[in-house]
Design a protein around this ligand. Structure first.
Ligand code: NAI
Ligand code: MG
Length: 477
């Protein structure tokens, strides 16, 4: 059995209560996590503040970069071990879990190199003045992490904050905290000073809420549901501190008749079923030009019929959902679609050796869905895609922008002018032309508009978000 504790000020400590760790592939309880309380959050914030005022805060930018580079090498060397752990904790197929571990290593490499390349500017001003800006860390940053991609989100959020010089407190999701704790272990072995990274596991309602509202926290980064994002922003508002909210979406891929269909096909389906559809940037809406609607639907359906679902260790196309609750949530949407008489064009299949207690669900492709139907509007967060026909460029734009969300969009066309018009018109934080996701590069700023949230992580943008600007005007005559 796994028995995990809290990690505060470089030390492990037990909490008063525990939470179960479930393997979603089997439904078995494989260990316990510490259920951190408001007191534990207090201790973690104090430890972060001490690190910021002490050993960690005193490092130069280049020295911080060197520490992150060492952690990156250690993560890379232990990618298989981290992948095994993540596959067990989240239920994701091993190759995805391994990709996540390597992405974390790559974030560490990128931000290690960027740490000493972040600087302010000089501003031409009145005679007798020299004006410049300083980019300073916020101090203590809080990171509330979801269960779908723990390692990748630690990479784009926590690592960016550390590179900018902040000390961090991380609250992983109660459904999947193991790799956050493993990362803390690795980081400290690689020489991260105590207190620069603290991990308080526990429930959102207890540990998460205490962290978001803590007066000693100077920036809050949150990835998760829109409803909780609103609570986080309100809590941080009480302390007038900035927040970054990454709240998921209902991201479209828009396929025109002139697109390279063979190239598009794997992207169209994979972007919907990767991580069992539990991806903030999942493409859950496929908008298809009417003239190619029937043949494309046939090809999409064939791919769906070939999809195999099973235990993470069997490394099939799709793993289980994270929990019984998430499975029930997704099944409710599918039942709603059936109840409304929507056409199910195709489904994947659950492998015969899939463990009985796992939270498996057959990927489901709905066809001919009206753009305003619930299934074309809500973030389902499961392996469910809807295909929506359109007749003109204008209609495609209208449908694409017709949800409350705006995270990512894909445009498939060989017409360069159209690709640019769509790029301008579509509400999204990232637009992909003739691809989707671009392999998830750490360099690419990421975040949403509308109910998908605000603020950007990844790339250099994260470093701007994790620093505050000070303007200095010196009069010297
Ligand atoms: P959630 O938003 O409740 O959980 C995300 C994180 O927030 C977890 O660490 C949780 O402990 C924490 N949290 C929960 N309540 C909190 C509170 N009151 N104060 C502070 N922190 C709190 O998401 P949940 O319930 O796991 O999933 C529900 C839906 O949210 C999903 O079906 C999906 O639609 C969406 N979601 C989107 C994600 C994304 O990547 N954008 C990730 C996870 C969920
Ligand atoms: Mg929740």
């Amino acid at each position: 059995m796994i028995t995990e504790q809290l990690f505060i000020a470089g030390k492990w400590s037990a909490a008063k209560a525990t939470l179960p760790v479930e393997d979603p592939s089997t439904g078995e309880i494989i260990g316990t996590l510490a259920a951190g309380t408001a007191d534990d959050v207090d201790a973690a914030v104090a430890a972060a503040q001490a690190a910021y005022s002490g050993a960690w805060g005193k490092l130069t930018a280049a020295e911080r970069g060197r520490v992150l580079a060492r952690i990156g090498k250690a993560v890379e060397a232990r990618a298989d071990e981290l992948a095994q752990l993540e596959a067990r904790d989240v239920g994701k197929p091993l190759k995805q879990a391994r990709a996540d571990a390597l992405a974390l290593a790559r974030y560490l490499e990128f931000y290690a190199g960027a740490a000493d390349k972040l600087h302010g500017e000089t501003i031409p001003y009145l005679a007798g003045y020299t004006v410049f800006t300083l980019r300073e860390p916020h101090g203590v940053t809080a990171h509330i992490i979801p269960w779908n991609y723990p390692m990748q989100i630690i990479g784009r959020s926590v690592v960016g904050a550390l590179a900018a010089g902040n000390a961090t407190v991380v609250k992983p999701a109660e459904e999947a905290s193991l790799t956050a704790l493993a990362f803390a272990r690795i980081a400290h072995e690689a020489g991260l000073p105590p207190g620069a990274l603290n991990v308080v596991t526990g429930t959102g309602e207890q540990a998460g809420a205490a962290l978001a509202a803590h007066p000693g926290v100077h920036h809050v980064s949150f990835t998760g549901s829109t409803a909780v994002g609103a609570l986080i922003q309100a809590a941080a508002g009480q302390n007038a501190v900035p927040v970054t909210l990454e709240l998921g979406g209902k991201s479209p891929q828009i396929v025109f008749a002139d697109a390279d269909m063979e190239r598009a096909l794997p992207f169209l389906v994979n972007a919907g079923i990767q991580n069992a559809g539990q991806t903030c940037s999942a493409s859950s809406r496929l908008l298809v030009e009417r003239t190619i609607y029937e043949p494309l639907l046939e090809k999409l359906s064939a791919r769906y019929r070939a999809l195999r679902v099973g235990a993470a260790r069997d490394d099939l196309d799709v793993g289980p959902l994270i929990s019984a609750a998430q499975k029930a949530r997704v099944e409710k949407y599918i039942a709603h679609g059936r109840g409304d008489g929507l056409t199910i064009a195709a489904e994947g299949a659950i492998a015969s050796n899939a463990p009985r207690g796992g939270h498996f669900l057959a990927p489901t492709l709905f066809a001919g869905v009206a753009p305003d139907h619930l299934l074309a509007q809500d973030e389902i967060f499961g392996p469910v895609q809807v295909v929506i026909p359109f007749s003109s460029e204008d209609e495609a734009i209208q449908i694409a922008n017709g949800t409350q969300y705006g995270l990512v969009a894909g445009v498939w066309t060989r017409d360069g002018g159209r690709a640019m018009r769509l790029t301008r018109a579509v509400h999204a934080g990232q637009v992909f032309i003739n691809n989707y996701g671009a392999g998830g590069g750490v360099e690419l700023p990421f975040g949403g508009v509308g109910r998908s949230g605000h603020g950007r992580e990844k790339g250099f943008e994260a470093l701007y978000a994790f620093t505050r600007l000070k303007t200095v005007a010196a009069f010297h005559g």
